[in-house]
Design a protein around this ligand. Structure first.
Ligand SMILES: Nc1nc2c(ncn2[C@@H]2O[C@H](COP(=O)(O)OP(=O)(O)OP(=O)(O)O)[C@@H](O)[C@H]2O)c(=O)[nH]1
Length: 294
């Protein structure tokens, strides 16, 4: 976790880039771009840097425009931007800050000032990343938490209904988990939950979401996946967990599946149907997959 933070320096002057990179290279991984467009290309290709040092007066696309585009992009908008510029009027600074920059440094460059201000912004960015991670992830298993799932699920449902593709939900519940805790203790129970979350993540595609929804209950939300494909995936997962033997124990899951109804259905309604299917899976003897009625 103590990896060096990445700072992207954007300036059309090779000399300025050299100076700034020289000031920062001992403490940060420094990347450089010699134009606004090149900066956007680097950001689009990823991974995103922790901080952008951005010149303003550049040909073709100035730093203000780069800042505007970065702040308008949902993935990039959280990158803090410090303008580093020869434009030293109050109006320029005011404008840069209203566009969303966190700081404004005027040239000529004073190394100690650049170092101090970069250090502050990188520290704030790291803290913010950590808090965001904690807010959206389950502390025990590190998969997404219920809060994040509910946030994202609403958006995915809206998009699915608009675009007409398919979206399916697997609700997985560990069978007789109370017995695991009662017979082997809570720590072993926790190990089982962690191993199970890891297994679910192994099968994760880019568009899928895995979340711990409650104590021993997980959700896998499968984007671009109809009911038939969801059943196949659920059966593979069910078998993989049966074979897993976390903490040396045989553990099984019951899985309820629902595919979003075309037309109009909320995430909650889909979840209710998956929950009824899960209930049936438990009733029918556990360690099985049941699909909700459409
Ligand atoms: N170790 C551990 N146990 C947890 C955690 N969260 C919930 N549990 C336990 O999960 C168990 C859930 O038990 P029940 O709801 O009775 O369900 P079950 O025993 O799995 O039975 P079925 O679902 O009917 O198969 C309880 O014993 C909870 O204490 C956790 O974070 N760690």
């Amino acid at each position: 976790m103590n990896e060096k933070a990445t700072v992207l320096v954007v300036d059309d002057s090779a000399t300025n880039i050299q100076v700034l990179a020289g000031i920062l290279k001992n403490d940060y991984l420094v990347k450089v771009a010699n134009s606004g467009q090149r900066c956007l290309d680097i950001l689009t290709a990823g991974p995103l840097p922790d901080l952008l040092l951005l010149d303003i007066d550049m040909p073709d696309m100035d730093g203000y425009e780069v800042c505007r585009r970065v702040k308008a992009d949902s993935d990039m908008s959280k990158i803090p931007i410090i303008f580093v510029t020869g434009m030293d009027s109050d109006d320029n600074e005011e404008y840069g800050l209203t566009l969303g920059a966190v700081d404004y440094i005027t040239k000529p460059i004073r190394p100690a000032i650049v170092q101090a201000r970069v250090k502050t912004q990188v520290m704030l960015k790291k803290q913010s990343d950590k808090l965001t991670f904690l807010a959206f992830h389950d502390q025990l298993t590190s998969v997404y938490n219920r809060y994040f799932m509910l946030e994202v699920a609403g958006q995915k449902v809206a998009r699915t209904l608009r675009d007409g593709h398919s979206l399916s939900l697997l609700l997985l519940d560990i069978d007789h988990f109370k017995q695991v805790n009662d017979q082997h203790g809570h720590l072993v129970g926790d190990q089982v939950l962690v191993a199970m979350a890891q297994k679910l993540m192994e099968f994760n595609r880019k568009d899928d979401l895995v979340a711990r929804f409650g104590g021993e209950e997980f959700i896998v939300l499968l984007d671009f996946c109809d009911k038939d494909s969801a059943v196949k995936k659920a059966e593979i997962l069910r078998q993989a967990i049966e074979d897993l033997m976390p903490a040396g124990l045989k553990v099984t899951v019951s899985i309820g599946i629902a595919e979003l109804r075309s037309g109009k259905e909320s995430f909650n309604d889909m979840l209710k149907r998956a929950d009824s299917a899960l209930y049936q899976a438990k009733e029918q003897g556990r360690n099985r997959v049941v699909v909700a009625i459409d």
